[in-house]
Design a protein around this ligand. Structure first.
Ligand code: G3P
Length: 187
């Protein structure tokens, strides 16, 4: 299983790389804001430092605006993965990115049916949020089990990127279920 580090903090990423634990990085606008740096500064630092995929999120809600941001973000490096929301407009953008060869991480997945839609739209990664489901008394890891089964049943190439991980046991369970990636905070 690949480990992605869920941070925009360059020192944390360096630390993870030095331990051989950074197969990639996921960011979001909140994580970028925490660094006190601009989005552009973070992109320049992180995309160059990390060998693996770096997820950078669009900040718009319409298809046209998402595609405009997606093309711009993809231009920052071959390892950029464009993070898109799991909305109808996001799925349309996902399908266009697939046709244009832009890697995508379709995020904020809370159900197996959403994961099925993202895979059919050509998502490179699907990000189910296990901790957020646990927060509302729903078993987050059951969602991972279901998505892994569905994707295996139909040989979808979309990789399961377990997100909103809150503790090491989430990672162990994800590995037992055969999820492709866990993204987690450095701590
Ligand atoms: O990987 C998604 C993450 O940034 C959100 O995590 O713990 O705030 O639900 P959390």
């Amino acid at each position: 299983m690949k480990f992605f580090i869920d941070t925009a903090d360059i020192d944390e990423i360096r630390e993870a790389i030095s331990m051989g634990m950074c197969d990639g990085v996921t960011t979001n606008p909140s994580l970028v804001a925490k660094t006190g740096k601009t989005f552009k500064q973070v992109i320049d630092e992180v995309v160059g430092l990390v060998d693996g995929p770096v997820s950078l999120e669009v900040t718009t809600t319409t298809y046209d605006e998402m595609m405009s941001q997606a093309r711009e973000l993809a231009g920052f490096g071959d390892n950029v993965v464009v993070k898109l929301p799991l909305t109808p407009a996001g799925l349309k953008a996902c399908q266009t990115c697939f046709k244009e060869g832009i890697a995508t991480n379709v995020t904020l997945c809370f159900s197996p049916s959403q994961a099925l839609l993202a895979a059919k739209a050509g998502a490179t990664y699907i990000s189910p949020f296990v901790g957020r489901l646990d927060d509302v008394s729903t078993e987050g890891m059951k969602l991972i089990e279901d998505i892994v089964t569905i994707y295996d049943n139909y040989d979808f190439e979309t990789q399961v990127l377990v997100a909103s991980i809150r503790h090491p046991q989430h990672v162990v369970e994800a590995a037992l279920m055969g999820a492709h990636v866990s993204t987690m905070p450095m701590k």
